[in-house]
Design a protein. Structure first.
Ligand code: DAH
Length: 351
């Protein structure tokens, strides 16, 4: 018999094989896949054939091995979940075969991790609505009507039945900074809170942008809160999230609700700062915006800026997740492809 025929015969044989008990399944494994098993023997015979034959044969042989492994797996499942056979009477004390369970979504895992890091240093968690009014999303945060800063965020406005936009415009919130306003309106300092949630922007969907994504906003208001504390807090976050070797830097920036404002970069976790295509060969990746809460924002929310100061920051959860999991395309998160989703599990985040 040629090697090809032997492969075909063996394939038929293992497909027809049955096993009712765990012992029989183990005998199947030894007979086909064990060190002296028949599939293993064909791999030995393969070493003798000529170089031209090797290519086609190698492929068939690998298929055979995969078929043997798949059949073994099938028999194993059958032996645990299948009905009791004569020599394997029903044993009600055996643990049940577990149903396959889903896993948490990677964005849920990363959001939980971010919140956890801040919770451990005294931040509470607060949330606000996704459909937001103009005051909370823009006005109280120092974006006057018609101010060009509103163009920084392309907004989905919603029609208010019977109302003119000017009277009561509602929008899908463009950032979780809106929750800052809600928290400050309702509480007195000291305030230390993080606000995770969904945000929406009118962006074309691509590998790098989406019309819906997640942010975590942070807010700390008390007497004498300093920029040094902001920097220390964010440095702690970056190290807790990505490892002790990570460093951050701040670049001056502009946000209407903070003064001074900064953009925070972190040393690239992928290349360690040496330069790669994720950090565009700069060694740094941008992870969030931050700054000292503008006194006008404190005043808008009923907090006396002569007594209190604060810092705030806002980060994109998908961005943090991308650096953590190295997923190159944002769209993958929202396509609900089980093959993608089942690769993430909470174990990686146990701390
Ligand atoms: N809201 C900003 C955005 O969505 C992010 C941000 C920047 C939040 C600076 C802040 C901050 O609290 O201080 O782009």
């Amino acid at each position: 018999m040629s090697l090809l025929e032997r492969i075909a015969a063996l394939e038929a044989e293992l497909r027809a094989a049955t096993a009712g008990t765990a012992d029989e399944v183990e005998r199947f494994r030894i007979a086909f896949l064990g060190r002296n098993g028949s599939v293993t023997a064909l791999f030995d015979a393969f070493k003798q054939v000529s170089a031209e034959e090797k290519r086609a044969l190698g492929q068939r042989l690998n298929q055979l091995k995969q078929a043997a492994q798949a059949r073994w797996e099938e028999l194993r499942q059958g032996a645990t979940a299948g009905p009791a056979t004569a020599d394997h009477a029903l044993d009600p004390t055996r643990p049940a075969a577990l149903d396959p369970a889903g896993t948490l979504h990677p964005i849920t895992l990363v959001r939980g991790r971010i919140v956890d890091i801040f919770a451990r240093i005294g931040f509470t968690v607060s949330e606000g609505p996704e459909v937001e009014d103009d005051r909370h999303n823009f006005g109280a945060l120092n974006f006057p009507p018609d101010h060009p800063a509103r163009d920084m965020q392309d907004t989905f406005f919603m029609e208010v039945p019977g109302g003119t936009p000017a009277e009561g415009a509602l929008a899908l919130r463009t950032h979780t900074s809106s929750v800052q306003v809600r928290v400050m309106e309702g509480r007195r300092p000291p305030i230390r809170t993080v606000s995770p949630g969904r945000v929406y922007r009118n962006e074309a969907i691509s590998a790098r942008a989406h019309c819906m994504f997640h942010q975590v906003e942070g807010l700390y208001v008390d007497r004498d809160v300093s920029f040094a504390e902001l920097k220390g807090t964010l440095d702690h976050f970056a190290k807790a999230m990505f490892g002790p070797e990570v460093v951050i830097r701040m670049r001056p920036s502009y946000f209407p609700f903070t003064e001074p404002s900064a953009e925070v970069d972190m040393s690239c976790t992928i290349c360690g700062g040496g330069g790669c295509n994720v950090c565009k060969h700069s060694g740094w990746v941008e992870i969030m915006g931050c700054g000292m809460v503008d006194p006008a924002v404190l005043a808008n929310c009923g907090i006396d800026p002569d007594l209190y100061s604060g810092f705030a920051f806002g980060m994109g959860v998908e961005r943090i997740a991308q650096l953590h999991y190295r997923v190159p395309d944002l769209r993958l998160y929202w396509e609900n492809d089980v093959r993608f989703l089942e690769q993430f599990n909470a174990e990686a985040f146990r701390s």
